[in-house]
Design a protein around this ligand. Structure first.
Ligand SMILES: [Zn+2]
Length: 303
């Protein structure tokens, strides 16, 4: 096993340069086995490999690491623990987009990569990030759960674990920049260490957007509806699958205008803002999940 440090982001070839290189590869005898692939790639190079359309690199708990995997004739397979990773790019430069869980400790981390049958480890460093504490007052029965509510919560958690493990193809197109699902004030509350009625609970793993009950919620990227439910903490909830282990979740909804299996395009309305579940008032809770890690949605919003 070989370890390749990837502390610094590589400077990717400019899209036009990349396209010229792929065109040359398509015509070159050296690459006789891949001319059709390279010709196709050269036509789509601007989209599939435009790194400005990927999430920002932020190597902190709750962030995303963009790790260069170098060139290879076919897309490398990359994994972190049990989770398969999203690999984007083309044969000139592949990049793994790695979601870093909020619970991930700072320090050295690594992923496993298989390229053309060879396995290696790629390591990177997660920096520390101190998220501030948020104190909230909510209905006491949503903090000290009755045995019935606790049993319900555990059933829901087991179900959601299977939803979160979703990894499907086709992989998302090169454009991973998301549109904000509802207009409104976006709180920077991702990662806050939350204390409900004086008791510490899980950190806040999404972005809250203030909006009145009934505001239509729009799909931020093309995606398929993979779960619809009414959950104890999250209230009315919809999960979307964008492919390649990139998922998004919408909570506290007052209405759901979609069903499991529906295919949505960017901008399609599929649910409505509400105040269901454990909330202090109407808003949209929006989570983005990459390789089973909740990451900061702000990293995906077009700047
Ligand atoms: Zn929230």
């Amino acid at each position: 096993m070989r370890t390749m440090p990837t502390e610094n982001l590589p400077s990717l070839p400019h899209p036009q340069e990349r396209r010229r290189l792929l065109q040359w590869m398509a015509q070159s005898a050296l690459f006789a086995t891949v001319p059709a692939w390279a010709a196709r790639a050269s036509r789509t190079a601007n989209n599939a490999t435009d790194s400005t359309l990927w999430p920002q690199d932020s190597r902190v708990p709750g962030g995303v690491a963009r790790l260069s995997l170098g060139p290879a004739s076919a897309r490398p397979q990359a994994t972190a623990g049990e989770a398969q990773l999203l690999v984007v790019g083309d044969m000139i430069e592949w990049t793994a987009l790695v979601g870093i869980a909020l619970a991930n400790p700072p320090g050295e981390q690594s992923i496993e990569v298989k390229t053309d049958g060879l396995a290696r480890t790629v390591s990177y460093t997660v920096r520390d990030k101190r998220y501030v504490e948020q104190r909230l007052k909510v209905s006491p029965k949503t903090v000290d759960l009755s045995p019935e509510d606790n049993a319900r919560y555990e059933r829901e958690a087991a179900h959601l674990k299977t939803v979160m493990a979703t990894f499907t193809e086709p992989l998302p197109s090169g454009n991973l920049q998301m549109q904000v699902p509802v207009p409104g004030r976006r709180s920077s509350s991702f990662g806050l260490r939350r204390v409900f009625n004086g008791q510490p609970r899980n950190p806040h793993s999404g972005m809250d957007i203030a909006a009145p009950t009934g505001t239509p919620v729009k799909a931020p990227l093309p995606g398929r509806v993979i779960d619809v439910g009414d959950y104890f903490f999250n209230g009315g909830t919809v999960w979307l699958d964008h492919g390649g282990g990139l998922l998004s979740m919408y909570c506290h909804l007052s209405g759901v205008d979609c069903k499991i299996g529906d295919q949505l395009q960017t901008g399609d309305v599929f649910c409505k803002v509400g105040a269901t579940g454990r909330v202090t008032g109407p808003h949209l809770h929006w989570s983005v999940m990459l390789n089973r890690a909740m990451v900061d949605p702000a990293l995906f919003i077009a700047v």
